[in-house]
Design a protein around this ligand. Structure first.
Ligand SMILES: [Zn+2]
Length: 242
């Protein structure tokens, strides 16, 4: 007769891993930041150094941290928490299990809501950052890739301001998929981003007008979704030829 489950001592590192992952996913440790040292973690978790090392290795394997050697060495938090989600979707897209039409449909639901939440949670201290991101879209760009990257920054910033990390992960994944197509099918990106469309969204967010922010974002997405769906056809043809 059994009353209790045996304690598996080799599972302790997983408990440490879960807590560390949780701390990264909830941004208690942000990309670029260093995790506390092995010694500090040993003290806080009250476990041995071996357990901490195993947990850190597992974190590295899952792409959450990058181990750097040397005097300033340690476990540095990467931005891969988001990239992992995005890469999983990217695999589905590349193998034709997801279409741009599917993505456009989800973006149409998610991004206006993200813009609405961003307007709700907007703090005046974020105003300069948002306006600067928009301004930087208009400076001379060094490459097509640079241009696309600049055009995604406003979307990423709004997703961050919206205050829901899951929305942020979804938005970033969708941007990754969109960039995959847009970068392969180099075309005139001005077709996708009409002049002033981002600015109208940003202004609505800054004035904390939730409904208008959502409406402007929906309008912006409507403009370029059809173009993306058209671009996907070229993308698929190119993939077959590669
Ligand atoms: Zn945009």
């Amino acid at each position: 007769m059994k009353h209790f489950k045996p304690i598996k001592t080799d599972r302790i590192y997983e408990k440490v891993l879960d807590q560390l992952k949780g701390a990264i996913l909830t941004s208690r440790f942000k990309p670029g930041e260093k995790l506390p040292s092995e010694r500090e973690l040993c003290e806080e978790f009250q476990v041995s150094r071996g357990v901490i090392r195993e947990a850190i290795r597992a974190l590295e394997l899952r792409g959450f941290v990058l181990i750097r050697q040397g005097p300033a060495g340690g476990a540095y938090v990467t931005d891969l928490g988001f990239n992992q989600v995005g890469n999983a979707f990217l695999d589905l897209f590349k193998t034709n299990k997801l279409s741009m039409k599917d993505i456009a449909q989800v973006r149409m639901h998610v991004e206006p809501e993200v813009a609405r939440l961003a307007a709700k949670h907007f703090d005046p201290s974020q105003m300069d950052m948002l306006l600067n991101l928009e301004k930087e879209e208009h400076v001379d760009y060094v490459s097509y890739e640079d241009r696309i990257d600049r055009l995604t920054r406003v979307h990423k910033a709004l997703a961050k301001i919206c205050g829901n990390p899951f929305f942020e992960a979804i938005v970033r994944s969708m941007l990754l998929l969109t960039a995959e197509v847009v970068l392969k099918v180099a075309s005139n990106h001005d077709l996708l981003h009409g002049p002033g469309e981002h600015l109208r969204v940003i202004q609505a967010v800054i004035s904390r007008n939730e409904e208008e922010a959502a409406r402007e974002m929906a309008e912006h997405l409507r403009q370029f979704s059809q173009n993306l769906i058209e671009m996907e056809k070229t993308y698929r043809r190119q993939i077959v030829q590669e």
